[in-house]
Design a protein around this ligand. Structure first.
Ligand code: GRF
Length: 201
């Protein structure tokens, strides 16, 4: 299945998709970053995947940025659009256009800790467990229907870095699994409800 991956940074999740691409039947057509210096672009180039950098600062409105982003995406006619650490808020026009085929990974057990600094906030809140969620993207930031989650225990001596690292290890396992489910046609979004193997979650 043809996919386009959107990133903003290191791209370790992208790397786990590249490494698992064949196994999960994902043909990554292009990687797009809103930051020219995102390390993930180098990972994509090393895997001979087309890359695009589109700096949001060159656009005076969110709408114009999203329109340009959408034009690049549409060149590839992807069946799935994967947000792997893409740190931009998207307009509702954009999210509606790709409804049901855009997935995001978020480092918290949603609906807890939507937005940024999730690991710090989990520590500050004294959570015993933390984790990662994969969800369909809707116009609500980190608010679309959750498909799957993985949990980690929060340890007494955890720092933001140690906790982030443990969550990231789970991210690299969970995201390819969920995407495989999608590429096999087992996962869809129906009326804001996640459907897996014909059952609404
Ligand atoms: C991950 O924690 C992801 O959940 C979040 O941003 C981070 C991206 O990391 N949305 P990477 O660029 O995949 O290494």
């Amino acid at each position: 299945m043809k996919g386009v991956v959107l990133i903003s940074g290191s791209g370790s999740n992208l790397q786990s998709l590249i490494d698992n691409a064949e196994k999960i039947d994902l043909d990554i057509q292009a990687v797009i970053s809103n930051k020219e210096d995102a390390y993930g672009l180098k990972r994509a180039q090393s895997a001979n995947i087309s890359t695009h950098a589109i700096n949001h600062k060159n656009f005076d409105t969110r709408e114009k940025f999203d329109q340009s982003l959408s034009q690049i995406i549409d060149q590839y006619q992807p069946d799935i659009i994967i947000l792997a650490g893409f740190m931009r808020i998207l307009t509702s026009e954009f999210t509606q256009k790709y409804a049901g085929k855009m997935l995001n990974i978020h480092p918290s057990l949603l609906p807890k800790f939507q937005g940024l600094n999730t690991h710090q906030r989990a520590l500050d809140a004294g959570e015993c467990e933390h984790g990662v969620s994969v969800h369909f993207v809707t116009s609500e930031l980190d608010g679309g229907p959750v498909i799957a989650q993985a949990r980690v225990q929060v340890l007494a001596d955890d720092t933001v870095e140690s906790l982030a690292q443990r969550v990231l290890t789970e991210e690299h396992k969970l995201f390819p699994k969920v995407i495989h489910c999608f590429t096999q046609g087992r996962l869809s979004l129906n009326d804001n409800c996640v459907v897996v193997d014909d059952k609404c979650l």
